[in-house]
Design a protein around this ligand. Structure first.
Ligand SMILES: Nc1ncnc2c1ncn2[C@@H]1O[C@H](COP(=O)(O)OP(=O)(O)OP(=O)(O)O)[C@@H](O)[C@H]1O
Ligand SMILES: [Mg+2]
Length: 250
């Protein structure tokens, strides 16, 4: 079981889009995949499940009234399961912070789920206890980010959090790489920023360009592959997933 946390504390960098398409892309390759929505905004939950029919979500796990097996719900691909979130999860933040077990809740719950090939965790836009739980539970971190000035500014904070979790709690945690999302046609900005980024992280060769297929697929509550297989972003995410799988074979 390989667990990948999709993290970046800055908002809107493409965490949810990347998590849901990576999870569905793996499921479409017949790999049994669990998508964990660690964000109380519940954006990835809403793509695959009807939030009104969800009875138990990650808030119940964090308040210790359910285990992960009670929460995970099949999505519309037979190999894909979702651990849903809800606004109630935000309330758990202060409750859990007071407990010594707080950083380990997700990791301990995943120990009971051996039969998945992949677990993909969509993190919230903060370095909250939920991001910490995700980094503690993960083998790898994947960082989606835009090639923009403000996206660069937050990177040190994320790197420090990853290093301190690696040092204190999860020595095996590795940065899988950074995926450039929402890439605009080659501008001076992109040309200046990409070379700087490579000093911080391994950057995936595949990048995801900015295009309407992504927003439309979210509206249609589908992965980009199910929404428009021939769109440029669908092909780019396919290439990225192949690159991830090749990297993991090394
Ligand atoms: N390749 C793309 N092309 C166009 N729009 C995109 C692309 N990727 C993401 N977006 C849009 O950018 C916005 C942010 O994307 P997304 O929700 O995936 O980011 P996020 O990092 O999960 O955000 P948050 O921090 O709020 O959780 C969304 O409106 C999404 O539709
Ligand atoms: Mg998100």
């Amino acid at each position: 079981m390989i667990t990948i946390a999709v993290a970046n504390q800055k908002g809107g960098e493409g965490k949810t889009t990347t998590s849901l398409n990576l999870a569905m892309g793996l499921a479409r390759r017949n790999l049994k995949t669990l998508l964990i929505d660690m964000d109380p905004q519940a954006n990835s939950t809403g793509i695959f499940l009807n939030p009104e029919t969800v009875e138990k979500d990650l808030a119940h796990l964090f308040q210790n009234s359910a285990n992960i097996k009670d929460i995970i719900t099949p999505a519309y691909n037979e190999h894909l399961w979702v651990a849903p979130s809800s606004m109630r999860l935000a309330e758990m933040e202060t409750v859990s912070v007071n407990s010594v077990e707080a950083p380990y809740i997700l990791r301990d719950s995943l120990a009971g789920l051996k039969d998945f090939d992949f677990v993909i965790i969509d993190c919230p836009p903060s370095l909250s206890i939920f991001t910490v739980n995700s980094l503690v539970a993960a083998n790898f971190v994947l960082i989606p980010l835009q090639a923009e000035k403000f996206s660069m500014d937050g990177i040190m904070g994320l790197q420090q959090t990853i290093s301190s979790i690696k040092k204190r709690i999860n020595p095996d945690l590795e940065i899988l790489g950074a995926l450039i999302t929402q890439l605009k046609p080659q501008t001076l900005l992109t040309k200046t920023i990409l070379p700087v980024l490579t000093k911080y992280f391994r950057i995936f060769e595949h990048t995801i360009s900015d295009g309407v297929a992504i927003g439309e697929s979210h509206l249609a509550k589908k992965s980009v592959f199910d929404y428009n297989r021939s769109s440029r972003q669908s092909q780019e995410y396919e290439g990225f997933i192949e690159e991830v799988l090749n990297e993991l074979k090394k």
